[in-house]
Design a protein around this ligand. Structure first.
Ligand code: BEZ
Length: 341
């Protein structure tokens, strides 16, 4: 009799375990389950620093759609925009521990952790965004992604916010002389800082969230910015002189936590890579289209636009920066050689 009761209890417990595991929320951090179609079910987390209207967020949405489609619904993506999970240094830490699965990190932040990523910030390497986007396929760019392995990350791809230009409260820019002693907001990155110092300006690193007020109050004279951020954040309300310089490009490096990647089957790793590639291909084309749309939008808002067609006044500064970084990093040397081809 006692044996029977124990048996019944065991059967009931087994049923309960099966029901509970079928109902549990599944994520990429351990509690996955098998779907009827075969394979584990995942809800991945991705985070980035931009607003929802930004092309990086739109690319993340596309990535989510592709993941669901290619995995027959087994893989889903939760997106945390606008630094909801913390600053980029926090995100990098979360990626290392595996509590975050994907990051669309600014190349600027990542260039403080990996020298070779400064390649994208070699001054006046690209005339327009199309030229920068082509370098995504370069051997040097692939090497940069591979080198991220040493940081507990799987480097997947680059997407772009656009090329960077200069917005000033007073006057346009035709030579370094126009920038001497001016306080210019930059995003922190070794090569960007170096360029602006050599120009003779006062580069001031600050987060996007502080830029609007700093321009308004005159704490800074101008900003180094891409057109998408300029439109989204409405900086033109406080400074109206835009010089289209294309002096650098502005990528995001898309990374995955090695911890998460290691938990996936080879087939699921392929699904992730395929979905990401499709999203990034879409994202770079969208960024190119937005470059023109954003410019039209800015003109509608009364921004005075001037194109810097002759960049020769910056040649010696650009060469100094490039020579220094090419000597420091063979990957940057290769990148600059490939960019010339
Ligand atoms: C910036 O800080 O300048 C920035 C960051 C992310 C996207 C675009 C711009």
């Amino acid at each position: 009799m006692k044996k029977m009761r124990i048996m019944r209890l065991l059967v009931m417990l087994s049923i309960l375990v099966i029901i509970l595991s079928a109902c549990s929320g599944n994520n990429a951090n351990g509690d996955e389950k098998s779907s009827e179609k075969g394979g584990d079910v995942y809800t991945f987390k991705v985070s980035h620093v931009t607003q929802e209207s930004h092309v990086w967020h739109q690319t993340a949405l596309k990535f989510g759609e592709e993941l669901e489609k290619l995995s027959d619904g087994r893989m889903k993506l939760e997106i945390y925009p606008a630094s909801q999970l913390g600053l980029e240094k926090d995100m990098a830490q979360q990626l290392e521990t595996g509590s975050l699965d994907f990051g669309f990190l600014t190349n600027a932040y990542m260039s403080t952790r990996q020298d070779s990523l400064n390649a994208w910030f070699m001054p006046f390497t690209f005339k327009n965004l199309e030229e920068a986007v082509k370098m995504r396929e370069s051997e040097a760019a692939k090497q940069m992604l591979e080198d991220l392995n040493s940081q507990g990350l799987v480097g997947l791809d680059f997407i772009f916010a656009g090329n960077r230009h200069i917005l000033m409260k007073n006057g346009h820019v035709s030579s370094p002389q126009d920038l001497k002693g001016k306080k210019i907001r930059i995003i922190g990155s070794p090569a960007i800082q170096e360029f602006w110092e050599k120009v003779g300006a006062g580069p001031t690193a600050m987060p996007l969230s502080e830029v609007y007020t700093s321009l308004q109050t005159g704490v800074i004279d101008g900003i180094d910015i891409d057109l998408d951020a300029l439109v989204t954040e409405k900086y033109y309300e406080n400074a109206e002189n835009l010089t289209l310089t294309n002096h650098i490009t502005f990528p995001s490096v898309i990374v995955m936590s090695q911890k998460t990647y290691g938990k996936l089957t080879t087939e699921d790793q392929e699904i992730v890579k395929k979905a990401l590639k499709a999203a990034a291909d879409w994202g770079v084309q969208e960024a190119i289209q937005r470059e023109n749309k954003n410019l039209e939008e800015l003109k509608k808002h009364g921004v005075k636009v001037k194109e810097l067609t002759d960049t020769s006044a910056f040649d010696s500064i650009a060469k100094e920066v490039k020579d220094k970084y090419a000597e420091k990093s063979p990957v940057i040397k290769k990148f600059l050689e490939e960019a010339k081809q």
